[in-house]
Design a protein around this ligand. Sequence first.
Ligand code: ZN
Ligand code: ZN
Length: 366
Amino acid sequence: MKTRAAILYDLNTSFKISDVDLQSPKENEVLVKMSAVGVCHSDWHLVTGDTAHTLPCVPGHEGCGEIVDLGSGCNGLKNGQKVILNWAPNCGDCFYCNHRRPSLCEAYTKYIWDGFLMDGTSRLSSGGETFYHYCALSCLSEYAVVPASSCVVIPNDIPSEIGALVGCAVTTGVGATLNTVNVSVGDAVAIFGAGGVGLSMIMGAAYAGASTIIAVDINEDKASISSTVGATDFMLYNDQIAEGIRSRTEGRGVDYAFEAIGIPTVQEMALDAVRPGGTLVLSGISPMGTKTNFLGAVLTRQEKTVKGSYYGTSETNRDFLKYIDLYQKGELPVEKMITRYYSLDEVNKAYQDLLDGKPGRGVIQL
Ligand SMILES: [Zn+2]
Ligand SMILES: [Zn+2]
């Protein structure tokens, strides 16, 4: 079949929209008719080369849609189900899967980062030329063939844009606060970067009962939406920000700082804002090859901890449903994160708005 998709042909070029050939799903794969895809910065890393990837590639990894066809062996899935897509499909049987760390599953890492599905081949092509998948999803497209293990079924009445955001930003951000560390009632936290992941960290910290939630960003326009989803303070990022954060936390610094951007100097500043004995959580993806300089003497003498958080240390089969449940109960106001909608044809405008720092998450509706 043909599907209309966003395509990245070369580094530092805009996405092109055109029809590509999409093969039918094979064993353990499903065809999903996409309905909503979030505009996440990770797709832009493909454009800049901060994430190296095979091209041409169809981006998109924060998606929700409906199953419309299945290959063999897709136990428990059927046509008509609404699914959130997990961008880190796992084997269920390796060391990491057996140690409840499925987002670290290494069984298919090479295939996926080479731009293939889990059997090491692509379903995408055009004019006989192979096109490559991204995260085994490539859901910035009307239709996507994805691994069955990427699909988490949710109730049909959940809005698709909510499902899409749970597929990446919410799980990454809320999971950092609840899984990677355990933010608790009364804690003070600072969140560096108030984009989709940072706003989700704010929601997670608020849900956990943190009493001080300081959102930090270079863009003052993000103050309002930060407080809407639960921040108690907003501070503009500057060279003195760690001192400023200490001054708002009785001179100590925060129990937890979260870095949601992936910039080494910001990571270093965030560590400075953590109190002795506190923890810095790194969730933003740094450009490949960059280095962060943490002062070893400070880590030792002040017993600070630095933790990486990938996909919110999630077990997606559990966490997607948990976050949807919390959304339904009004405990995670995911809908307040969404500030603008686009068509697939507007994908470049959507990314320009993200780069321009427009507050909140954009969603592409298909
Ligand atoms: Zn993402
Ligand atoms: Zn595994």
